[in-house]
Design a protein around this ligand. Sequence first.
Ligand SMILES: Nc1ncnc2c1ncn2[C@@H]1O[C@H](COP(=O)(O)OP(=O)(O)OP(=O)(O)O)[C@@H](O)[C@H]1O
Ligand SMILES: [Mg+2]
Length: 263
Amino acid sequence: MQWDWLYTFNSFTSMMCYAFSKCVAHLSIPEKISMPLIELSNVTKTYSEAGASKDVLHRVDLMIDQHELIVLLGRSGSGKSTLLNVISGIDVPTSGDVTIAGKTLTRLSERERTQFRRRHIGFIFQFFNLIPTLTVGENVFLPLELVGIDPYDANRRVEKMLATVGLDDRMHTFPDRLSGGEQQRVAIARALIHEPDIILADEPTGNLDYETGVMIIEILDRLVRKQGKTMMMATHSREVAGMADRILTIKDGGIEEMDGGKS
Ligand SMILES: Nc1ncnc2c1ncn2[C@@H]1O[C@H](COP(=O)(O)OP(=O)(O)OP(=O)(O)O)[C@@H](O)[C@H]1O
Ligand SMILES: [Mg+2]
C-alpha cells in the first residue's frame, strides 16, 4: 500500500517536473518585446583559488535589447568567457540575476536552464567543441534531436544549413579531418540550426588566420546580423568590433560602454 502511494507520488512529481521543464523550454520569445531581451542585475561571479577569492564580475548591471549586436572586448583573463557562460546559463553567478525575455535563469534548476538554452541560445565556442566521434552532419543534427524535431525534417535542415556554410560535401566527414575554419563553420551551423533567439560567440575567430576569420565574420553577418538575431560576441579583434551596434569592454570586474558602435 505504502509502495503504491510512493509510486503514485513519484510519478506525479516527475510528471510535474517534466511538464514544468517543457514550459520553460517552450517559452516562446516574441518577434518584438518591449523589455530588454537580456538583463543582468547586480551580477557577481567570484572564483576562489588557493584560499584567495576574486570577483571576475563585480555587481554587473547590463541590458541588451532584442536584435542588438554587442561586441565584448577585454584583455585575456578579464572575464569575457565568464560573462558569456553566465548569460547562457552554462554557469551561474555567485549572486545577482540573469533574466532573458522575462524568465529569470538564476531561479531555474540546472536541468531547466539546460532546456532553456537548448531552445533559445546558440553558443559558438572558441575551440569549436565538436564531438569527435560524430560526423559533421551528426554534430549539426544533435541540437535538433535534443529538442525533439522529427528526424526527417531535421535531416533536411542539416543539409540546408551545411550548404549555407559551404560544407554540404563534408556531411559524413569526422571533425578531425577538417581545417580550423571548416570546424568553426560546423560549430556555427550547430549553434544556429535550431534557430535560437540569442547567439553567444566566444572569440569565434580567435584561433583562425586573418582571412579565415574574415570569412567566418561574413558568415555570421549573413546568418545572424542580417536576420535580426541578437548576438553577443567576445573578441580581441578591433575589426570585428566595427560591425557592432554597441561595444562593451570588461575590466576589473566591471563593464564599460565604448564609443564606436553603430547605435
Ligand atoms: N573555473 C574557474 N576557477 C577559477 N578561476 C577561473 C575559472 N574560470 C575562470 N577563472 C578565472 O577567471 C578569470 C576570467 O577568465 P575568463 O576565461 O572569463 O577570461 P577571458 O576574458 O575569457 O580570457 P581569454 O581572452 O583568455 O579567453 C581568469 O583569471 C581565470 O583564471
Ligand atoms: Mg575566454
